[in-house]
Structure formats: structure tokens, C-alpha cells
Write a protein that binds this ligand. Structure first.
Ligand code: FEO
Ligand code: CA
Ligand code: CA
Ligand code: CA
Length: 740
């Protein structure tokens, strides 16, 4: 079994290198007319109110170029959870949390962090609680919290309806990204080896283990109510809203790909439905109040045998461009391998095998792979509704999906990243224009805004400008003349969005993760978590937007610590096709002299930024998923008060690449708020509408989250409240306070 571990990757650790193109601007940077602007002073006077009401943005800009001071006026305060004081703090006044590698979590002084809803927690009565011996049945996980809690949202609830301002009661909806097989089954990670079996079946797993793992993926909807003492929340057991959507639950395909030949399978020969949502990573809210979950590393649960001869050259290219090479059983999950006679639903296991074995696509699951990789919409308030895979937003390893502030009569815009090395950043602009009357409209509103529109991919030019290229069939060379993968329709452009991005010259980024829009400036921020190939592999050369490649401990590590890039859409219009960008922050250990370009200190240094969330007050929360700096500190959550594009200067990295970086970090504008237990990733984040509870998630801790007296670590949600019951960061609104 160890050999298998060596051979096969953990699905969640897949970091693909499937981008073979040379999409990069090789232009030498000759001269640059950078508009140097004075550094924003500590956020004084900034207000987020303009995001939610019709107040103008004040004090945001001290320059005379209004191309990056977009603020949206809208009357839509019901869609966005905001109430109370929306002024952003001027400085962060809590005491920074020190580095830690302990098995416990640490939160800033004056705050309380509690574990809730760990793996296996029953959502209904009548099933036993999780036990350390893991004897709970696979089937019971259709009614338990799944594994590796990830992106989430708190939906305020009044009566039976969504109310963005309600905090007494709500639906906490979260992703379960993947599973730690060793800790889930009473048998641990159990594989039966048979060297004489067919190539994809030489390592086989048990039906019950696979079923348990399938059920531990997906989404959980949990009703929460305020605790009797008024602080924090508790689950409402047996709530009619409590439910799980798993990698086995039927989902609908909507938009241009629905009904396409590319998604016809034995399960649905018409190509309108598939089974399951998978590897749900980042998440977000739609402006009308539904949950947008994402499908990221779905590659890891599919096997592919030898079938290139059954497919067209374009289909083969499309598969390989998404990492699915011939003759590979996929990751160590091996969901296709249990004995078919142990299946309790049709093709329970064979559907994870994309090998073309039948006479045509409706006789096998060759297209199963094409039915994953979408932004998926779930209405937490309608427990009978079916998850909608919104194909118009493209198919790739989606991280999260963030909308720009909505404005009556204007299109709705969603930003997204494709998390693999050298992949792209996208946005979707709806065809329909926004109407406040759609708030609370559920999946019908989703049909209106998410099924028709234009998908764009980003090009970051060397001079700090950028452009969005439309991914529309028939435009920009996206037609049948494309040599590696002929595009015969919009369905093919969307299913093979990566290949379409290649064709239009998109910029290869350092693993785009979470994306979030500042409610104060309207600028868009995205974490580029790291890229060990940057400047190391010839197809991923340095660029101004991905400018670092360095050696750590004698090893060429590319951009080992990651950065956060941001941009301002032209004229403040999120539907614009050009923008101006800079690097908001370079992550680095504070003592990594040359690469610490944002001047981080030991109270705010970080590595591998991943989760990212602007709270409604304009505070930026940054989470890490790191493996590079973990000898010094475990993963963390930081709070930050960013300025705006062009508030910094130009720098040259140790690799000789010039770029634009934002104003330096200080103890006032970025600070470590929380450190997770050893081995974990800190991810998923949402603040309740009253700002008094902050939920975050902890994935795959080494030794944390076990039942009393037990030893099996468990992923869980962490609920953070202020000890005095006040709002999160209240001390930072107190100008008298001067903690460091
Ligand atoms: Fe699931 Fe890219 O993180
Ligand atoms: Ca994750
Ligand atoms: Ca992530
Ligand atoms: Ca990550």
C-alpha cells in the first residue's frame, strides 16, 4: 500500500501542469510609464457604505485619475449581508498572533475560537454520533457532516426565507472538498492489490469505502440558531433545511453545454443531468441569495484507460489539457475499482471510469469527466431543489466565484480563477441586467443571470495594463480552424475553456485561488498561491504579473510563497474589457530578504495565500494553505486593510523581473489574527450579518478535532466570537486602543 501511496497522488494535492502553451507576453519591458501615486494613508475616511447603498465613496483616492475609482450605486442592500457600522477601521488594533506549530489553534487576545460541526456530526437524530472507531456506515454520511470543510456562506434567515440582514437564525452552507481516506474508514486506506488484473484495476478498493468517500464530498446545509447566551450559534438538529449534496446526488446541467454531445452519458443520454458534485473548494453567494459552489480537482476521481483511438484528436487534446492522460487510474481514490456486483445503484463505480468502451457515448461514461468542473448553484432554502451546474461560466478547476457589486439595469459580473499551475483568470458578464426584484428569486434568478452571457479570460500586460478576451465561438479564433482542438460550437469552447484561453493568449498565472471584490474601491483581488514551476519550466517564464522565481535552501522553488494580484476595471465598470493591475502583496517569510518585497514582519508574514474574503466593511481576510513555511508556522488567517491599485512603487525581483507592488505592509494594515493547528489548511470564511461571529474552516489537521479520548483527527468549522460579545475587530474601531 505504501507503494501505491508513492505512485498515486492525493486528489487534493493535484496541482496540474497541463498548460503546454507559450501564452506569455515575452515583450521586453522597455520603459514603463507608471503613474506613481502617493500612498494611501491608512484608510482614513474610507467607507464601504457605497457598496450597499447610494452613498458616494469618500476619501478613497488622492489622485486625479478616476479610472480606478469605481463605486457602484445600487439600492440592493437586501442581497448583501451588511448592517451596522460599515466604516472600515483605520488601523488594526488587535495584538498579532505569533507563529505557532502547536496542535492547538490560537486566536487574537479577546477572542474565543470553538470547534463546531466536525467530520461525521449527524444532521438528524436517529443516527449515532461519530465514533473514533469509524464504524458508521457509508450510507449514514448522507446525513452527516462530510470531510475537509472548505468554502462556506452564512445565509441569514427570517421565517422560511433568505434575509441577508438576519443574524438570529441562518443556514450555514459549506463545501466538503475531499477526503482523508486513512481517517475515514475503519480499515484505514485499504487497497487490494492484484498484479494480474487489467491495468486500471490492479489496485482495488472496497465498495463501502468508496461509498463513504463519495458521501463525504459535496455540500452540507445546516440550520444554525443563536445560542441562549446570545453569543455564537448552535446547530438545529433535524431542521428541515439540514441536508447533504454529495458526489452521488443528481445535478442538472444548464446553459450552453446542456444537451451537448460532450456531456451525453449512459446515465443521461440526453446530456442534461449527471450524478454528483465533486471537489467543492471555494464558495460564494449569488446576489440573489443562493450558494455558488465550485468543482476543482475533479480530475482525481476519474480513471482513463487506453482509448485514444476511439476519440477524435480534438477530444483527446481536450482530455489531456485537463490532465487526463491515457492509462492512468487517477489519484489514489480509485473510485472506479470496487467490484460491480457490490454496487447498489446503477454503474455506481464504473461511472468514474472515462474510458471509451461502448459503441458510443451513451453506452459508457467517456463523457462523465466533462460533466464536472462547473460553478454549481444550490438553493439552501429549497431542500427539494436540484443543484444546477452553470456551464456558461466555463469548465475548469474552479476555486471560488465572486460577484461584483450589482447595479440596477447593469449586467451581473462574476470573477473566477482556475487553480492549476499556469492557468487563467476568468470573468462572466451576464446577458440579463440586474433587477433588485430578483433577490430571493432562488434558482429561477440563477437561470436568468447564469445561463446566458459572455465568458472572458484575462491578459495581464507587462506595463500594468490588462485586457479581457471574449471566449465566444466564432470570435478571437475560437472556431473549427483551431488546430489542436477545433471549436465547433460554444459548448466546446466552454467544456474546453482552458484550450480556448490558450487560443486567445491568456496569461498563465501562479495558481489562481480565491477572488474577492473590495466593497470600498470595487477593485478585484485574487490569491496566486504559489507556483514551483515559475521561471523553472520553459513554458512558465517570468512575467510582470508572475515575477518571482527563487532558490530556497539550495532548491529552485519558483514562486514558492505566492502573491496577491489586484486590478481596477476601466472606468469602474466591471463589464469593461480593460483594466489596470498591480501586485497588492508578495507573501514571504519575513527573513527571506530579497523576496520580501512587501516588507512583511514576523507579525504578518505568510506563505501560500489561498482563501480571500472582503467583509462588508472592507476588511480583507487572507487565509493560507501552505507547505513552504510550515516548519516555522502553521497555516493562518490574517486581517488586512489594503489601499488601491498603484498606491505603491516598482520593484525588481531577484530574478530580474520588474513589476508593480502596492504600498508596504505595516503593523497597522496587515496582521495575523489566527493560527490553525499543525498540519491544517485554514480555509472558508464568512462573517455573520451582525459582524459578531466569524466562521472559518480547518482542513486535514494532524492531531486536532478528535472526539474526547479519541485520536482520529477531524476537519471542522471554527466559530470565532469576541469574548465580550462585541463585533469582530471592535477593538480596531476604537481609536484610543493602541495594541501592537
Ligand atoms: Fe481547493 Fe485551490 O484549493
Ligand atoms: Ca482546500
Ligand atoms: Ca483553496
Ligand atoms: Ca490551495
Amino acid at each position: 500500500m505504501t507503494s501505491l501511496n508513492d505512485k498515486l497522488e492525493h486528489a487534493h494535492e493535484i496541482v496540474e501542469d497541463s498548460n503546454p502553451t507559450n501564452n506569455i507576453d515575452f515583450q521586453t519591458i522597455i520603459s514603463r510609464r507608471l503613474n506613481r501615486r502617493s500612498i494611501l494613508k491608512g484608510g482614513t475616511g474610507l467607507t464601504a457604505a457605497a457598496f450597499f447603498g447610494a452613498l458616494p465613496l469618500v476619501g478613497c483616492s488622492d489622485d486625479d485619475d478616476n479610472s480606478s475609482s469605481p463605486i457602484v450605486e445600487n439600492g440592493n442592500d437586501a442581497a448583501i449581508p451588511a448592517q451596522g457600522d460599515l466604516t472600515r477601521p483605520e488601523t488594526l488594533n488587535f495584538t498579532a498572533v505569533a507563529h505557532s506549530t502547536a496542535d492547538t489553534m490560537t486566536v487574537a487576545e479577546g477572542y474565543k475560537a470553538e470547534i463546531i460541526l466536525p467530520l461525521g456530526t449527524p444532521l438528524i437524530s436517529g443516527i449515532e454520533d461519530w465514533k473514533d472507531n469509524r464504524e458508521q456506515s457509508a450510507e449514514s454520511f448522507e446525513w452527516r457532516m462530510g470531510d475537509n470543510h472548505d468554502g462556506m456562506w452564512f445565509f441569514g434567515k427570517k421565517g422560511n426565507a433568505y434575509d441577508a440582514k438576519a443574524s438570529e437564525s441562518g443556514l450555514l452552507v459549506m463545501n466538503h472538498e475531499y477526503v482523508n481516506s486513512e481517517e475515514l474508514s475503519p480499515f484505514g486506506y485499504h487497497v487490494i492489490e492484484d498484479a494480474d488484473a487489467a491495468p486500471l484495476f490492479q489496485s482495488r478498493r472496497l465498495a463501502s469505502d468508496v461509498r463513504r468517500e463519495v458521501n463525504c464530498h459535496g455540500v452540507a446545509v445546516v440550520e444554525m440558531k443563536r445560542r441562549a447566551d446570545g453569543k455564537g450559534y448552535e446547530m438545529v438538529p433535524n431542521s428541515k433545511y439540514n441536508r447533504r449534496v454529495t458526489s452521488s446526488t443528481t445535478a442538472q446541467l444548464t446553459g450552453p453545454v446542456a444537451g451537448s454531445d460532450l456531456v451525453k452519458t449512459k446515465f443521461d443520454p440526453t446530456g442534461h443531468q449527471t450524478r454528483g458534485i465533486n471537489n467543492n473548494c471555494g464558495a460564494g453567494l449569488s446576489p440573489w441569495g443562493t450558494y455558488l459552489t465550485t468543482e476543482e480537482n475533479f480530475l482525481g476521481v476519474f480513471a482513463r484507460g487506453q482509448d485514444a483511438s476511439q476519440l477524435s484528436a480534438g477530444q483527446n487534446y481536450g482530455r489531456v489539457r485537463y490532465g487526463a492522460k491515457e492509462n492512468t487510474p487517477g489519484s489514489r481514490y480509485l473510485w472506479h475499482t470496487p467490484d460491480a456486483k457490490d454496487a447498489i445503484i446503477a454503474d455506481e463505480f464504473s461511472r468514474w471510469d472515462m474510458t471509451a468502451v461502448g459503441a458510443n457515448a451513451t453506452e459508457d461514461y467517456r463523457n462523465g469527466f466533462n460533466t464536472f468542473g462547473y460553478i454549481t448553484e444550490i438553493d439552501p432554502f429549497d431542500q427539494n431543489s436540484i443543484s444546477q451546474k452553470r456551464t456558461a461560466l466555463g469548465r475548469f478547476a474552479h476555486e471560488n466565484c465572486a460577484y461584483a457589486p450589482v447595479e440596477q439595469g447593469k449586467p451581473v459580473v462574476f470573477y473566477m480563477g482556475d487553480d492549476a499551475r499556469g492557468e487563467y483568470i476568468y470573468k462572466f458578464v451576464s446577458k440579463a441586467v440586474w433587477s433588485n426584484s430578483d433577490i430571493g428569486g432562488g434558482l429561477k434568478a440563477g437561470d436568468k443571470y447564469l445561463d446566458e452571457g459572455t465568458l472572458y479570460v484575462a491578459i495581464f500586460n507587462e506595463d500594468g495594463s490588462g485586457e479581457w478576451k471574449a471566449m465566444v465561438h466564432g470570435q478571437n479564433g475560437l472556431d473549427a480552424s483551431n488546430s489542436v482542438l477545433p471549436f465547433n460550437g460554444q459548448d466546446e469552447v466552454l467544456v474546453f475553456a482552458r484550450a480556448a484561453g490558450d487560443k486567445v493568449g491568456a496569461t498563465k498565472m501562479d495558481r489562481p485561488e480565491w477572488i474577492s471584490v473590495s466593497p470600498m474601491t470595487g477593485e478585484v483581488y485574487i490569491t496566486l498561491t504559489n507556483n514551483t514551476n515559475r521561471g523553472v519550466r520553459d513554458d512558465q517564464p517570468l512575467s510582470a504579473s508572475n515575477p518571482r522565481s527563487y532558490t530556497v535552501n539550495g532548491k529552485r522553488s519558483g514562486n514558492e510563497n505566492g502573491h496577491i494580484i489586484r486590478w481596477a476595471e476601466k472606468g469602474g465598470d466591471h463589464a469593461a474589457t480593460s483594466f489596470e493591475w498591480d501586485v497588492y502583496l508578495f507573501a514571504a517569510p519575513h527573513d527571506l530578504a530579497v523576496e520580501n518585497l512587501s516588507q512583511l514582519s514576523d507579525s504578518n508574514d505568510l506563505s501560500s495565500p489561498d482563501g480571500l474574503y472582503f467583509d462588508p466593511r472592507g476588511v480583507l481576510w487572507i487565509q493560507t494553505d501552505d507547505g513552504a513555511y510550515t516548519d516555522t508556522t502553521s497555516c493562518m488567517l490574517l486581517a488586512a486593510l489594503p489601499g488601491k491599485v498603484s498606491d505603491g512603487t516598482t520593484v525588481t525581483t531577484s530574478a530580474g523581473q520588474q513589476t508593480r507592488v502596492g504600498m508596504p505592509a505595516s503593523n497597522d494594515n496587515i496582521k495575523r489574527f489566527f493560527v490553525g493547528p499543525k498540519g491544517c489548511e485554514v480555509t472558508g470564511i464568512v462573517l455573520t450579518p451582525d459582524f459578531k461571529t466569524l466562521f472559518i474552516n480547518i482542513q486535514h489537521p494532524d492531531n486536532w478535532g478528535a472526539v474526547a479520548g479519541g485520536s482520529i483527527p477531524r476537519s471542522a468549522t471554527v466559530m470565532i466570537t469576541k469574548e465580550d460579545g462585541g463585533v469582530i475587530l471592535a477593538e480596531s474601531f476604537d481609536t484610543e486602543s493602541s495594541a501592537t
